[in-house]
Design a protein around this ligand. Sequence first.
Ligand SMILES: Cc1cc2nc3c(=O)[nH]c(=O)nc-3n(C[C@H](O)[C@H](O)[C@H](O)COP(=O)(O)OP(=O)(O)OC[C@H]3O[C@@H](n4cnc5c(N)ncnc54)[C@H](O)[C@@H]3O)c2cc1C
Length: 332
Amino acid sequence: MTPLRIAIIGAGIAGLACARRLQRSGVAIQMFDKARRVGGRLSSRRLALREGAALVDHGAQYFTARTPEFLECCTAALAAGAVLPWPGRLDDQRAAALAGSADDVRYLGNPDMNALPRWLAQDLRVHCEAEVCGLRRVADGWTLDFRASPSVGGFDALVVALPAEQTAVLLATAAPALAAEAAAACTAPCWAGLLAFSDSARWPDWWGLRPPTDQPLAWLARSRDGRGLIAHATPAWSRAHLEADPDAVTAALLEAIAALVPGLGQPEVATVHRWRYALVERAAGSAYSYDPALGVAVCGDWRLGPRVELAWTSGHTLGGALAGLLRTSSQA
Ligand SMILES: Cc1cc2nc3c(=O)[nH]c(=O)nc-3n(C[C@H](O)[C@H](O)[C@H](O)COP(=O)(O)OP(=O)(O)OC[C@H]3O[C@@H](n4cnc5c(N)ncnc54)[C@H](O)[C@@H]3O)c2cc1C
């Protein structure tokens, strides 16, 4: 019997979790991602210094594992060397303000944030630099159109694992009801300031802090190699400055960091990264949606909330459900 063919658009943690579960149940998966590599918002950047480089995690800082399923995934990734326990210590005064419990186990990718997605993707067929810009349902199933390469067709079903706003655009014509669900969710932007220092002697002794709420910064952390700092602006500040000139944003974030950490000194490198879709503010409230008449499903962090674990849970749950549903319909 020919295996069912499913295309998954988006190889972030949600798409990868879905793909792994589907592939295990015998479905032929192809994944497509517009970026140069898998992982989406689990990402790190190397900032070149005169001597060496600083590695900064400019998206997710660490991730918690609160459910047995994700804990099992993280334990296997730990054994494979793809994650480490987060070595950080949070600023004591503000630790109480952190979401979740102080007992949470926190992980980070090893050697960079992208390592967990790379490990999840190792047996999957993933096409990177493949930006999907259109979806068409023709006689032999779904066809994907790409911005810069020929179309690929013949898929029995589609999984869209993108941020809500991008899901709404991509599905507007192909699956309007799912597009409307995505349009009702909301993801806040985030300007991230990335600093690298040649001299880390005056470093604070915490790894991460949440500044008081009247600040433009929501989060400040040192990089894993102790050579950099990462600052995340609040959703409100990021929204208000979304289209601002990056040099002006760099200057404003530097000023805010200097106010929080007096005597830090001049960084050798200071730059910014804009996440247009960073943290979910309004989630759909269920792990996934599936339209059986169209054969289109959606998952991603916007289903459950703004965390790596919730994105993984969304994809993993969809993968399990879809494997069962497709098996039943192919036997009918
Ligand atoms: C600044 C910041 C800080 C964060 N901090 C934390 C934290 O400390 N702890 C935590 O748990 N979570 C944190 N998060 C949230 C966490 O990173 C996300 O919730 C999670 O990674 C989302 O995964 P996803 O698979 O749903 O989406 P994504 O990771 O966004 O994956 C979507 C993928 O789709 C691809 N794509 C988009 N459009 C197309 C297209 N048209 N065609 C093909 N591919 C496309 C993208 O390239 C991307 O790889 C943070 C996020 C940000 C940005």
